[in-house]
Design a protein around this ligand. Sequence first.
Ligand code: ADP
Ligand code: MG
Length: 427
Amino acid sequence: MGLFESRCGLSRLYRQEIIQSTMPTETIPRISKRTLDQLPVQGKKVLVRVDYNVPLSPEGKVTDDTRVRETLPTLEYLLNKGAAVILCAHLGRPKGKPVAQYSLKPAAACLESLIHKSIQMAPDCVGPAVQAIAKNLKPGQILLLENLRFHPEEEANDSAFAKSLASLADYFVQDAFGAVHRAHASTTGVPELLPSAAGLLLAKEIYFLSHAIQNPQRPFVAILGGAKVSDKIEVIESLIEKVDTLLVGGAMAYTFAKAQGISVGKSRVENDKIDLALSLLEKAKKRGIQFLLPIDRVIVQNVDPNAKAEITPSTTIPEGWEGVDIGPKTVQLFQKQLLNAKTIVWNGPMGIFEMPAFAKGTFAIAEFVAEATKKGATTIVGGGDSVAAVKQAGLGNQLSHVSTGGGASLEYLEGKDLPGIAALPNV
Ligand code: ADP
Ligand code: MG
């Protein structure tokens, strides 16, 4: 049995869990945007933008169905209210023309097995044939439109294309958090043309991320890591203004260490970001927040899963060696902060967690964040690799919120206005 079959075999169980544990109607998170419960959808057609940009095996099977599963609460909600549902999404980068490899058919098959209903697959996302199918769609039925990005007009936010999409339905529900940082036809064009609202997944994302940004309970601790300082400058700048403590690991920590004059051997450093790192450290000091960097590290001479690793007793890394994970003393230092926190935001792994020998630091942090959650903290993880790490640690369901949007969650934390959210009406 392939991964796809085994996951979808458990689907009924997952579905029950999702529906019972997360979002019964009466607990739809209150956000400043209109949510789908405020649309009179009975007997109507609802166009729902979903994030079905799923990973596929070479044979075209969905290898991780998380994104499809996450849309079930919204779909169940709309179907139960007597709506006909038209789904639209993108997959991969087909560059504005139909490419068989990027068809959404595998997503339709996956959704079918998760929701136990047959899903109609449209031959395209706009045009007369699609119009005709959509017109005949009955309440309780689901139609999945073909990849929006088979048309260059989607990413160009072309108004005629948005109009064609909007003409298929009476209402629009945005549930693709992973796409709302882009101003495309299906994120900003359509909501200008149809009465629109946030779906349950999007509402949950906004609820948790805005809590952290606008109204965090303290102590508020952010953990930042990952590959580069340059990817995360704006997040660091934004979080410095809000948190009580910043814990920094991953490769980005070496740029900060070098900025402080510490030798980091041949660890990954962005030399053109040293001045910036210094100014961020200065800013943190001025604000009086704790900015904690690793105090010991796991080092190797060559990055290789079987490399002989050593632990540096201090922050200094000898010549010819490079840091690949945070060390045990750092884990302890960070643990203390995390178990004391009331709000935690995490973006970026602590080391090269893809290699088991260098995953200990990241997994330990995941454990502490889960423990903090049990103690009542609100905990949020965002970022593609960080989320993958939390799931690999088996803790995906033990945090308050695991964000489905990598780029979008970063931009939200940066304090940016995301166009696909801004396009939805306020309440
Ligand atoms: P996210 O996707 O969660 O935002 P990033 O993409 O910024 O995270 O960073 C994840 C990558 O950073 C991982 O591939 C990981 O291997 C890498 N990384 C973390 N620590 C190190 C390190 N010490 N040296 C090299 N790469 C690292
Ligand atoms: Mg990444």
